[in-house]
Design a protein. Structure first.
Length: 125
């Protein structure tokens, strides 16, 4: 079966307006994720927003020292990886977190480059 998609002019204009992100009916991405806002922050999925809420509770409870939203790492000139979170633990260690519902080929490739370059593992939630 051929998975190639054919677009007409209107569909191409929609694509350009959406900056390349396909959005289906109901505000879902092509992978089923629904953008969700919490505390004025917009997350790419409900799963990511829920993890943010969990981190806030862990921070309030003193379980972690802090966290950072969507840090960007340079993998090579013109190639970046944006994680969902960095979590700073009380013992001085840090964890790179990516909340994934679907692993694209692009993500898998960037993950491999990131882990090799920075000698760190990405924890997928």
């Amino acid at each position: 079966m051929n998975n190639q998609e054919h677009w007409n002019i209107e569909k191409y204009k929609e694509y350009l307006q959406g900056k390349g992100k396909k959005v289906l009916d109901g505000g879902r991405s092509k992978y089923g994720a629904v953008k969700t806002s919490v505390d004025g922050q917009t997350f790419d999925s409900k799963k990511e927003a829920d993890y943010y809420c969990e981190l806030k509770l862990r921070l309030q409870g003193g379980d972690i020292k802090g966290f950072c939203l969507q840090p960007i790492f340079i993998l090579a000139p013109g190639l970046k990886y944006k994680a969902d979170f960095i979590v700073f633990h009380n013992d001085g260690t840090a964890e790179i977190i990516d909340t994934k519902g679907f692993k694209t080929k692009e993500y898998i490739a960037k993950k491999k480059v990131f882990e090799d370059k920075y000698n760190l593992k990405i924890k997928e939630e």
